[in-house]
Design a binder for this molecule. Structure first.
Ligand SMILES: [Zn+2]
Length: 467
């Protein structure tokens, strides 16, 4: 079964074929957080989307190398470091840790590499030197180094690959120094920003003088270092198409002369309660805000995964309540299957898994994928009620669910995930009971409880559950 994805570069749904001649290895880069504050729910939509892409590729048999950078030097960061009179590392470190904690709470698999921009200054400088040597970058009177769109286009390269830009109205030599700018201001952008007094201690030496990198060049340097000059997949939110991703392409292709990325995938915006998120409207949420309201990372993940990645999604608190009940239905069904299946291990039931994969193969059609899941839940519940499901049938259903959940990542902690230390204690308790040492058995029960596990004696033997 071939996986098809919408490639922003070609504006079409294409069959995914990796660059690896063996068709196995996949390099995937997703622009990571700018660590100047806690990530909000709109940011999380992108990271959960990236996690879905990675897990889907893994289900389809690919060996994914997932890279997500940490932007730890950029205009907004420097402004806050100055305001809070702190150091760059101290300031960004706290938000980097919070980000990774939240990523885990949302059930996202950790990227294999998480390069930091400040640890790639040499690689950044090397790319800028190449661009200067090839004549597509120049040092301006303000001491900064800019990328020349005119010279780049003069080499036969295309600026405006991800979206149509009105380059005819561009004023030759117009420059923009800030990391973020509007589509209307297509202009030469900064690769290296000359040191100014507002930067404080945030600067590095370079052949172009003391200064710091622009935001866009950071991603070109880190992705090329981790994945090579040409790689398979680059992801991000659609707000990054311009200028960030367009500039990444220009810098990378300008320096290497090779195509930068084969497939560009962009996730759509998120609205909260029907409106653009803003602090003044009271609809601005970080994951921490939602947890404080009694929701869980798992519920937020579920809700973010209910809409197609290319559709604007309206995130609501009612939706989160719905997520809780939907997950409850899955948990109940899977719990009953576990009871019936016991320790039987059999091959997954193909029908459910195939329907789920077929939905994903169609540009990650998540609505159809969830429909397959809830149809399966209904069918299993019916068989359980009719007592027509055998333990082997239950085990096959569970094995299929386990593969489906390797993509969805919303499953509850099952027997298989009980830590070895806890299983050993439970076994010790069973032995103590068999030896009629009830004092020891009770002591172990208390110890398990202190470690967060309750033990229930069932006709099929003791069962462990998280407290
Ligand atoms: Zn980036």
């Amino acid at each position: 079964m071939a996986l098809k994805l919408y490639n922003t570069l070609t504006r079409s749904v294409q069959e995914f074929t990796p660059l690896d001649p063996a068709g196995k290895q996949v390099g995937m880069y997703c622009c990571g957080p700018t660590v100047y504050d806690f990530a909000h729910i709109g940011n999380w939509r992108t990271f959960v989307f990236a996690d879905l892409v990675r897990r889907s590729l893994e289900l389809f048999g690919y060996n994914v190398k997932h890279v997500m950078n940490i932007t730890d030097v950029e205009d907004k960061i420097i402004k806050r470091v100055r305001e809070q009179k702190t150091t760059l590392r101290e300031f960004t470190g706290q938000f980097e840790t919070a980000f990774l904690d939240d990523l885990k709470a949302l059930g996202c698999r950790e990227p294999h590499m998480k390069p930091r921009a400040t640890e790639h200054i040499a690689e950044i400088i090397a790319i800028i030197e190449k661009l200067v040597a090839r004549g597509v970058a120049y040092r301006a009177a303000d001491g900064s180094v800019y990328f020349s769109i005119e010279k780049y286009r003069g080499c036969g390269c295309c600026y405006g690959q991800l979206l149509k830009l009105n380059l005819d109205e561009m004023r030759t030599g117009a420059r923009v120094a800030s990391d973020e700018y509007e589509k209307e201001s297509v202009a030469d952008f900064a690769l290296w920003k000359a040191r100014v007094s507002e930067d404080g201690d945030v600067f590095w030496p370079s052949p172009f003088g003391e200064g710091r990198p622009g935001w866009h060049i950071e991603c070109s340097a880190m992705s090329i270092k981790a994945l090579g000059e040409t790689f398979d997949l680059h992801l991000g939110g659609e707000d990054l198409k311009f200028p960030h991703h367009e500039d990444e392409i220009a810098q990378s292709e300008g320096a290497t002369g090779k195509p930068f990325v084969k497939y560009w995938l962009h996730g759509a915006h998120l609205l909260v309660e029907g409106k653009k998120m803003s602090k003044s409207l009271g609809n601005f949420f970080t994951l921490r805000d939602l947890v404080a309201k009694g929701h869980t990372g798992r519920e937020v993940r579920y809700l973010l995964l209910t809409s197609h990645y290319r559709e604007t999604f309206n995130f609501t608190l009612d939706g989160l309540a719905g997520a809780k009940s939907a997950l409850g239905r899955i948990d109940e069904c899977v719990g009953k299957l576990r009871e019936l299946a016991g320790n039987l291990e059999v091959a997954p039931e193909a029908g459910f898994l195939d329907r789920f994969k077929l939905a994903l193969a169609d540009d990650l059609n998540i609505s159809a994928a969830w429909a397959a899941v809830f149809e399966w839940v209904r069918d299993i519940n019916k068989q359980l009620a009719e007592k027509s499901l055998t333990p082997a049938g239950a085990a096959a259903a569970l094995a299929a669910w386990s593969q489906v959940d390797s993509v969805l990542g919303v499953g509850i902690q099952g027997g298989a995930e009980v830590p070895a230390e806890i299983v050993a204690l439970a076994n010790e308790r069973t032995a103590a009971k068999a030896a009629k040492d009830f004092k020891r058995a009770d002591a172990i029960r208390a110890e398990l409880k202190a470690k967060g596990w309750v033990i229930e004696d069932t006709p099929k033997g003791p069962k462990l559950k998280p407290v």
